[in-house]
Structures are given as C-alpha cells and as structure tokens.
Design a protein around this ligand. Sequence first.
Ligand SMILES: [Zn+2]
Length: 473
Amino acid sequence: MSQGDGVGRDPVRAYAERARESWTKALVEWLRIPSVSALPEHAADCAAAAAWAAGRLDAMGVPAQVVPAPNAGGLPLVVARRDEDPALATVLLYGHYDVQPADPLDQWTSPPFAPRIVGDDVFARGADDNKGQCWAVLCGVAALLGAEGRLPVNLRVVLEGEEECGGHALADLVAADPDRLRADAAWAADGSLFTPGLPAIYTATRGIVYAELEACGGETDLHSGMYGGAAPNPLLALCHVLAGCKPWNGAVTLPGFYDHVQRPAADELAAWAALPFDEAAYQRDEVRAPALPGEHGYTLLERLWARPTFEVHGIVGGFVGAGAKTVIPSRAVAKISLRLVPDQDPMEVVRALEERVNFLRPEGVTLTLRALEAEPPVRLPTDHPVLDAGRRALSAGFGREPALVRMGGSLPALAVIAKVLGIPTVMTGFGLPDDRLHAPDEKFHLPHLVHGAVATAAFLREVGRLGARVRLG
Ligand SMILES: [Zn+2]
C-alpha cells in the first residue's frame, strides 16, 4: 500500500472505516476498566484490562494468554502469537494496558473512567496513553485479518501492565525466556504525532537516573541562635552540593559525564531545524515561563532531545510552615534525576554522581546517595530497511511522510525490545501533542484509530515484503 493507492481502493482502509464505530465502542469498554498500576487496590482491574485485551486478540485470530508477572507482586502481561509461515518475517507489537492514577479528580470535566465522547475525541484516563494507541495497533491486525484472512508476517504481541509504575515484569519475562518475543522487527505506538497531521518516528529516547541524596548533620534539630555558627546545616550542604553538580546554565560537572555523549549527526540536526517548531509558542503556551534557560551553544530541540540533564525535584527538611522558626535541621533529603542520552551508561553515571557528591561534601555532614531508578538511553535505527518500512507505513496511514524526532522521556520497554532483544524497532505515536496524558481530561482523537490501524497494517505488509532481507538488515 502507498499513498497513491487512494483511500477508497485499499481494502484494509475500507475495512477500518467500516469498523470505526465498533472499534470505538470496544475502546470505550477498555477505558472503563481503571487499570491503574501504581495503586495496589487496582490490581484486579489491571488483571481485568489484561484479560479484556487477550480476549480481543483471541477473537481476531491471534491466540493470546495472560501471563502472570515473573516478579512477585507484579502485574500480568498479555502475550499473543500467530504463526503464518516460518519463511515469513516476524513482527512484534508492543503496548501497555496500565494507566496513570487519575487524580486530581476534581479537575476532570467528567469522571476519568466513564469515557465521554465529544465530537471526534474520547475523554478518559488512558485514552491516549496507551489504550487508544494500543487499540489502534491491535485494530490494524484485525483489519488485515478481516480484509485478507491472513497476515503477511508471523506475529508476536506483548502488552505490559507496569509501564506507568516503573515495573520490571517485561524485562523479567524476556530474561527468563528471550525467544518468546524474538522478532525481526518491532512496532510500538506510545507517543504522539509531532503536530496534528504530521506523524513522527522516534529515533532515540533519553534514559534516566533517579536518586535520593540524604544529608545528616547533628543528631537533633538545633536552635540557630544558640548553635548557628557552629552546627553543620544539612540543607545548606545539599544546596552547596547540588549547585556544585549543575551550575545555572552550565554543564553538569560529574566526572566523565559527557565522555560518551554522541552529538546528533549534521543531517539529523538539519532535519530538526526544519521541523514546524515554534519556540516562542512553546515558551508561551507549554512552559509558560519568562525564559528558557539551558546550556549555551545548543538549539532548544537539541537540549530537549540530545543533551543530558540534571534536575532537582524536591528538597525535604527543616521548617516549611508559615512564619518563622529558627531551626538548624539535623537531616535533609533531595530528590534528583538525570536524563541520559546515547551512549551514556546509567550505572557509570550513578558512580560518577557518587564520586562528585563525595568530593563536594562539606565538613560536618554525612551524605548518603540512593539510586532509585536507572534506565539506559535507547537509540533506534536511522538507516535500516525496517525504518523505511515504518516511514511508508505512516505515510499510508496518515497521508504524510513522518518526521524523524526524538523523545525527551524514557520508555524502559524500548531498552528491553531494542537493546536486550536487539530487534530493529519503529517507535511512533498516534496521540496528539495536546492529549493531556498523565493529566486531567486526557483524550484521544478517534480518527486516529483508523489512521493508526491502517499504518500498523501497512507496517506488517511492508515488513512482510522485506521478508528475509530484514533479517540480514
Ligand atoms: Zn505510555
């Protein structure tokens, strides 16, 4: 299929358009299930959402199983496969059925798990991230099977339920049985179009190190009148250490931090410069701040996508009530994170952070660093036949050649699929930039069910056409 096939003549597009209403009804059903992975009281809902997806896959002709998480207390995965012919290439589809918590509830126009359709949009928690997008992917399989009765590839599907809570069920599943998800190409939709009408393929995601830094001074809180001038102040110590790690507008000072940072290639930077990105509108409407401070010498998109960061998320300690209390606290804790870019190694960064923090440690305080999360950055193919298949597929689905972009955030599943399993992966998204994922009034644009399904079907066809070549690629 190509753009030239025309909308009317492609049987998959015709099938998808006829099915849109029933697909929408099904999506609404899935959205009613409050599969919030971060909250233990929703564990049964998560299992129900997994069972729903497995049932749908079974019904469309892709035998599916709900697999208990290999990790104790983890949430189940949905794993499905359909084998057509061992001579064909194999494609893995990825998605997640879990959603973010819905709070603050009072900021929703209608209840988050009572989906509301207004015009072409459905409003519900998980509508965009990731049920709407994931359902579009699965509908692409349904459309292909409905229109043609068979698939041009062997199919593997994995849907996880711990994407939003930082779980490791998927990584554990792959570690226990790498062959189960082995494929020649992978397709994931857990992002967004770059702007309405312009689809995107992500060529890299940033990794993350998240840590807590605890500073301890005296054994108890002390009065600053009696002890100020003598007692070590852990809050000031944290300020000193944090500012020493990242001067305002300057580079991060961790030893060796930039040694493995790869500058994007000239053609990638040129492509970013040509994107329809309005910096003034971004500052005014998204960041809503009087300036966009950051490292000198890099464009804004480069700072967001291809430069590592150092951020402080919270500092706890001392007195934070109204009015004055002259306490020198005995203890203070900072929450910090670093976003990492290819080819930084998260464990190396944790060690460098430890070294830098100890070097900066002021006299009289002890510092303890606890790493809570360490996910690597992921680089996806930029010159691989599977990427070209993805480009043509998105052109077929959305009627426009996709932009090649990067993701400032992290998607740990990609590290498993693209890095551990080594599968050439096309990471895209069917959401819109203003879908408010993770926020009240999350929505999904329903025409993208059809466009996303057609794009997915086109991807399966394109990889099917590549056949054995993709394995050599
Ligand atoms: Zn997601």
